[in-house]
Design a protein around this ligand. Sequence first.
Ligand SMILES: [Cu+2]
Length: 327
Amino acid sequence: MSDGRPGAADEPRGGHAPHLIRIFAIWAVLSAIAGPLFYLLVGPHLPPGHMTSAASGDAWDLNVVTTMAIIVVLGVWTYFGYCLVTWRSSRVVGEPVVGRWGRGNLLVQTSWITITTLAVMGLFVFGTIELIVPAGAGGGEGPNPVWTPHTKNPLVVQVIAQQWLFTYRYPSFGGFETTQLILPDHTAIAFHVTSLDVIHDFWAYQLGVKADANPDYDNVAYTTTQQLGHFVVRCDELCGIWHGAMFDYGSIVPKAKFLSWATASENRLAPVTKLLPPFAWTYTPSANGAGGGFYPACATGQVTNCDPFGNVATYGGAAKQSAHETA
Ligand SMILES: [Cu+2]
């Protein structure tokens, strides 16, 4: 009491034990145990797995960020636990902190601001690097990607979304179009994602690839395959009544198997491919979708019936009419 400070009532209850040092020590020990345990034992099994470079990148990012989050949570729990035990009412009589001790603590305040700032800025730098280095990390980068893979000549696969399915065109194989998404192993892939009607989203979860499919827009996403197997493709943008049913499955197969499948499909589908619009990065939106009947042919007068819903609206009309007349 006689150490120069104001009277006994001004003393912090619980004495002058080095509480902050103790809290930091407990936190450090818990973090040193739990952090590496999670990172090494749980981390390698985190989604989305390792089928592609993008997926591996995502899984590692998730591991790093979750390990950091565990350390932060342990800090909060340690602080709460220490406070509950040290200043519990059965141990301390009266108000636990009084006088100038209750008005602030420069060390606590500066540590709090410094640590949280470093954590947020660290995440910002980490996230930015993890986006740039793996060439967009499997996300759609628009028609002119800023970040491109080091590998030259990736396999181009065009993803065409429409209500309510995905089809895939392979321009290196005559531009055939199929509902099967087959990819060769250990190959850089450039997905070119577009839509024929409304906004969809190409989400191949296990590939770590997710890119919006917009009509009239070529959205490019890169990844490199690195594991054989099957994966799920889902539409991840509410696109109408059967959005929930808009999914299919794809496969990563050995390079030789892919080549034989692709050349066989090119030959088998050649008569159909001839009837398709020529391969392009985008296509005219369909009559029933976002285009709402946008027919360039109407403007040039090549087509006279420009009502996109005409066929549907008049279906059975004339037949019904004549049936009524003859009745
Ligand atoms: Cu969709």
